[in-house]
Design a protein around this ligand. Structure first.
Ligand code: FE2
Length: 419
């Protein structure tokens, strides 16, 4: 039975001292008041028990059409992108609407159990039947009570390099895609890649849709489609609606080129998504030693004032056998890989899986403030540092004043039998 709240009490909030109570009316936050001391919660109040309350987590980049297929029909033993593509082409032949619907829904429930309420999924459009895309449009409707789902028309095998690539993308828009994707570094030629970027940004602009491109997901320092994407976003004054995913090649660009590139990135104000667990696993595969990390310049982008968020990319699919839906795991790995364990970074790290993801998804009405939808997560820990140290599943997830998830706090010392 759904529990509807009229307040959350004994909450800690980022950037605010002490405890607070958040009043809820008709599914909206109406008031945020400091408390002088802890209070007892009534039946229609949720006791945050002096833990940190944040906006719900955002999973900004995942492939729900492929999740939970690892090992089907075989395991990717080398762990490379290319063996993953081979495994996927065998698994893709078995796709049906019910198969996609069931795995996508199961994954969304897993994410919801970890405090995620906003998800952007890429769905492969290089399938003449668009089977997965049609299924995902239905999943978006069926799961709307617990997840806001954005669907990206994602041309896994290219737009210019796949038969009828453009027509399939246009058909995806008619079927109901929210976001236009691309994969320029995978197109047959550099010209194809650049042309595809210009074309897809126009397609989005014409249809009032968002853009999210798999951009330069390769260790090749010559892969420079990000500049094309940013220039197009700037030309159309569309930057806040454009996201560059991965941009792994930026980790291999030289500093002189980056200094020129960053001028354009700042002017364009596009958003960035990095998937650290996936990139650590798939990139650096053509290096001997030293091996690159294959991760974009996350701290440098943040310091330039740009929005960067972390995503999981995969949960148990042919490219990545791991993943449990807990964004705190991704955050932890990302902070390690990006040299971001200074306390100034840790204090603001939750923005990488909340506010910055919301910016990438161009979400309206996101955040804990009077007048906003009463959506939040109660995390185990009093501040970001404690939350990150524990990486415990969320204690609660609240959506429009209704409790979606509630669980007991983990006591890490409960099973310690020695003294
Ligand atoms: Fe991806």
């Amino acid at each position: 039975m759904t529990k509807t709240l009229n307040a959350i009490v004994n909450a800690r909030l980022a950037g605010k001292e002490g405890l607070h109570s958040l009043t809820i009316n008709n599914g909206l936050f109406t008031e945020i008041q400091p408390q002088t001391s802890p209070v007892s919660a009534t039946d229609h109040e949720l006791d945050a028990c002096e833990n940190l309350v944040t906006s719900p987590f955002v999973e900004p980049h995942i492939h729900l059409d492929a999740t939970l297929t690892a090992g089907e029909p075989r395991w990717n033993e080398s762990g490379t992108l290319f063996e993953g593509i081979e495994c996927w082409s065998e698994r893709k032949a078995l796709l049906s609407e019910s198969d996609v619907t069931s795995r996508a829904t199961q994954t969304l429930k897993l994410l919801a159990a970890h405090g995620v309420q906003y998800v952007r999924t890429h769905v492969d459009t290089t399938d003449p039947q668009l089977t997965a895309l049609k299924a995902m449009v239905k999943v978006r409707e069926q799961t709307a009570n617990f997840i806001d789902l954005q669907i990206v028309a994602f041309p896994q095998e290219g737009i210019w390099s796949f038969p009828n690539g453009r027509e399939l993308m246009e058909e995806a828009v008619r079927i109901g895609a929210d976001v236009i994707g691309g994969i320029p570094h995978f197109e047959f030629t550099r010209d194809y890649g650049a042309e595809s970027v210009r074309w897809l940004v126009e397609l989005a602009h014409k249809n009032d849709l968002l853009v999210d491109v798999h951009c330069d997901e390769i260790d090749d320092p010559e892969s420079r489609f990000l500049e094309v994407l940013a220039a197009e976003a700037l030309r159309l004054d569309y930057g806040t609606r454009v996201t560059a995913s991965h941009t792994c090649a930026m980790g291999s660009y030289n500093d002189a080129y980056c200094s020129r590139l960053f001028r354009l990135l700042k002017k364009s104000n596009i958003r960035f998504l990095s998937m650290p667990t996936e990139s650590l696993h798939l990139q650096g595969r053509f290096d001997s030693y030293p091996k690159r990390r294959g991760i974009t310049r996350v701290p440098e982008l943040l310091d330039a004032g740009l929005k960067v968020a972390f995503g999981q990319d995969s949960i148990r699919d042919p490219w990545y056998p791991m993943g449990n839906g807990n964004m705190l795991r991704t955050l932890d790995v990302g902070l390690h890989a990006c040299h971001m364990l200074g306390m100034n970074r840790i204090e603001r790290c939750l923005e990488l899986i909340t506010d910055n993801g919301a910016a990438a998804l161009n979400l309206k009405n996101y955040g804990i403030a009077p007048g906003q939808p009463a959506r939040c997560a109660v995390l185990q820990g009093q501040n970001a540092y404690e939350v990150l140290l524990g990486q415990h599943p969320v204690l609660a997830s609240v959506r429009d004043g209704n409790v979606l998830v509630q669980r007991a706090a983990v006591n890490p010392e409960a099973d310690l039998l020695i003294t």
